[in-house]
Design a protein around this ligand. Structure first.
Ligand SMILES: Cc1ncc(COP(=O)(O)O)c(C=O)c1O
Length: 358
């Protein structure tokens, strides 16, 4: 598989910072340049077709993740979509959170004064979640599928089991560190809502994201809004009531269009093929790092692993890694890397050479 040929990566750079932000495919970069020129051409009409573009992005998101287009909301990033959703939930709802999850997930619960419980992430986090749901009986469970510091991945099968066991529990997910690394089928995943930003594993640059809402949650939200008068202005005649919250105002079509182009690119490469590639490489990296005792215990002890790895070397070695051309980031007690489709076995060996230089 020669995914790397679609990207312009300098020969002396090993790009492992996808958990920070991913690389845009060359063909998508070209599209952006042309689009920018055409968009501001005074004789052109692209500036008047913003709603059409967003609708086409919506359809591409829906087809990539097996959702219905009316379940897709185009947002500028994950955090906006998520906090918009929280603000539409009953204030009496109680939440279950994971400690040290991405701040955009947990802080909006705290800052809005919602009642919540939170649990630590151990190597048996799935069992702990089941116990906590039984004990605390939350209305909503909130999680990032892949934890941004540790790379702990909560299995998709577990989410289905959780939903089947507690059908009334709302499960709201964040797939920002997950979408783009393997196929995802929203319609039977067990999530009531899941969102993501596009600039990491979806290779789409900043300013785009989405929120997928399940039918039952849409119904609940619409019921909450039943007594609110609908907008009367002609320009909002085609907006659903939920779109007036999730997609108010004008959207940045270059950013959203980039997401559409990159999703089309990922589809053309095949998310199954990408999954095979990144799992193969991350298996090698995990084995090598485990042999050196450089994995976090909660990752080392788990079977299911993600493509985001926190290498347990001192974060103070960050400058040394960067000088050696290894693009990475210090996070928590180590240095964080991510392995995506443009990475190769050579990248892993280059990384290990620097890791071992001590
Ligand atoms: C787990 C996780 N969720 C979401 C995000 C991004 O959210 P936003 O783009 O809204 O900051 C990140 C970015 O680091 C992340 O690591």
């Amino acid at each position: 598989m020669h995914f790397k040929q679609h990207f312009d990566i300098p020969a002396d750079l090993t790009y492992l910072n996808t958990p920070g932000n991913g690389i845009i495919p060359r063909q998508v970069h070209d599209w952006r340049r042309q689009r920018e020129v055409a968009f501001f051409d005074l004789k052109g009409s692209l500036r008047d077709q913003q709603a059409d573009l967003v609708n086409s992005v919506r359809q591409t998101i829906a087809s990539t993740f097996a959702a219905k287009s009316e379940q897709v909301f185009c947002t500028p990033n994950f955090s906006f979509g998520y906090s918009t959703l929280l603000d539409r939930l009953p204030r009496t709802y109680t939440f279950l959170l994971l400690n040290e999850d991405y701040p955009s997930l947990n802080y909006p619960i705290i800052s809005r004064g919602f009642a919540f419980h939170s649990i630590d992430i151990t190597h048996h986090v799935e069992e702990d979640i089941l116990q906590a749901v039984k004990k605390y009986k939350p209305d909503v469970f909130i999680l990032s599928l892949i934890q941004y510091i540790t790379g702990v991945k909560i299995g998709l099968d577990f989410i289905k089991t959780l939903k089947a066991t507690f059908p009334d529990l709302l499960i709201i997910g964040d797939g920002t560190q997950f979408f783009g690394t393997e196929p995802f089928t929203f319609q039977d995943a067990g999530f009531d809502a899941i969102g993501g930003s596009g600039y990491k594993w979806l290779l789409s640059g900043f300013g785009n994201g989405f929120m997928l809402l399940g039918d039952r949650l849409i119904e609940l939200l619409e019921t909450q809004l039943r007594d609110i008068p609908r907008p009367k202005e002609a320009m909002w005649a085609n907006k659903s009531i939920l779109q007036t919250f999730f997609e108010p105002g004008h959207q940045e079509t270059l950013s959203h269009g980039t997401l559409r182009q990159s999703l089309a690119f990922l589809q053309s490469q095949g998310l199954e093929n990408i999954q095979q590639h990144v799992q193969h490489l991350s298996h090698i990296a995990h084995e090598e790092l485990n042999n050196r005792a450089l994995l976090l215990p909660e990752v080392a002890l788990r079977e299911e692993r993600s493509t985001l790895i926190n290498i347990q070397v001192s974060p103070t070695r960050y400058a040394e890694f960067m000088e050696a051309g290894i693009s990475c980031f210090p996070r928590g007690t180590g240095i964080r890397i991510g392995i995506h489709l443009y990475n190769t076995e050579d990248d892993i060996h280059r990384l290990l050479r620097i890791v071992d230089q001590h």
